[in-house]
Design a protein around this ligand. Structure first.
Ligand SMILES: *[C@@H]1O[C@H](CO)[C@@H](O)[C@H](O)[C@H]1NC(C)=O
Ligand SMILES: *[C@@H]1O[C@H](CO)[C@@H](O)[C@H](O)[C@H]1NC(C)=O
Ligand SMILES: *[C@@H]1O[C@H](CO)[C@@H](O)[C@H](O)[C@H]1NC(C)=O
Length: 277
């Protein structure tokens, strides 16, 4: 069992947030989390096979970099990958521009080589991965599935009713890659419909791990977590079975907790569980 989020949540790149409460930073944090997940999979792989080219002093901070033009474009597209969901298929749905496809992430002090799907699959023989988080993370998983499907077509072995939690299996490599739907990482109760329209505030239980995570984490060799965007929603925050405050509740006489407290808490609760192993 490995979990690449570090033992101290404050020092983890995925969880590092500015100390100040600044709501307008949300999008940035969220973007950072999304990028982090994308590169983390590759990073994990390269740290396993020891193939990353470190910069001077052996320092390679994958989270410190910028997007640079990438004229050769992505290694899969809407025609070559059979696993792009219709709702996510921008080109099929008529998006007119394609410039957004021609960028790649460049850490300042090292190079991030493109994923070699063959090598990845061979290294991950008999292994299983879970990506636990929101729909952005699920998109990242589907992208990884597209990259890997060039070597072997996976079989979708599980999906829940809404296709939010899914599991793909690559038979000849005995490799499983799954996503577990846990947009807050911790337990949340909401009566949102599938379009995300809430009838009431979301009730967020910051000291109770999302049950799918808690029930299934032991099945996986690698667990990757990510979240962000959902924390901007209106949420009533519970801890120790009582309401401790709220985020964004204008009409209620509740302490405004901001985003940061629940955002830090969820991964901590998860790490505590994993450290018990
Ligand atoms: C891929 O995108 C092109 C537009 O660039 C579109 O014409 C085509 O139908 C799409 N193919 C699939 C399989 O989605
Ligand atoms: C597949 O991998 C699992 C470990 O994840 C192992 O227990 C099992 O024996 C493997 N199956 C085959 C057919 O090699
Ligand atoms: C809001 O809550 C505070 C402390 O719980 C209380 O003192 C105050 O009277 C409440 N205000 C209203 C309008 O209910």
């Amino acid at each position: 069992m490995a979990m690449d989020v570090g033992s101290d949540s404050d020092s983890s790149p995925l969880l590092s947030l500015p100390k100040k409460k600044e709501n307008n930073c949300t999008i940035v944090k969220f973007a950072v989390a999304a990028i982090a997940v994308g590169v983390l999979a590759i990073f994990l792989f390269f740290s396993v096979v020891g193939n990353s080219k470190n910069g001077e002093g052996g320092q390679c901070n994958l989270f410190n970099g910028r997007w640079i033009p990438h004229p050769s474009g992505p290694s899969y597209n809407n025609g070559s990958c059979n696993f792009i969901d219709d709702a996510d298929n921008c080109l099929k749905n008529g998006r007119p521009n394609t410039e957004y496809l021609y960028w790649r992430w460049k850490p300042y002090h090292c190079d991030l080589p493109p994923l070699d799907p063959e090598k990845f699959m061979n290294t991950m023989q008999d292994k299983s991965w879970a990506l636990i988080g929101d729909s952005i993370l699920r998109n990242q998983m589907m992208s990884m599935i597209c990259l890997l499907s060039k070597v072997e077509e996976p079989v979708e072995v599980y999906h829940d009713e809404a296709y939010k939690s899914r599991s793909f299996y690559f038979p000849s490599h005995n490799l499983t890659i799954a996503t577990i739907w846990a947009p807050f990482l911790v337990k949340s109760v909401t009566d949102e419909d599938d379009d995300g329209k809430a009838k009431n505030e979301i009730q967020l239980y910051v000291d109770v791990l999302e049950k799918e995570w808690e029930a299934n984490y032991h099945k996986y060799d690698f667990v990757l977590i990510s979240g962000g965007q959902w924390f901007t929603k209106t949420t009533v925050v519970w801890e120790n079975n009582q309401v401790i405050g709220c985020h964004n509740c204008r009409e209620k006489n509740l302490t405004e907790l901001g985003l940061e407290y629940p955002y830090r808490k969820g991964p901590r609760v998860g790490l505590q569980l994993h450290q018990q192993i």
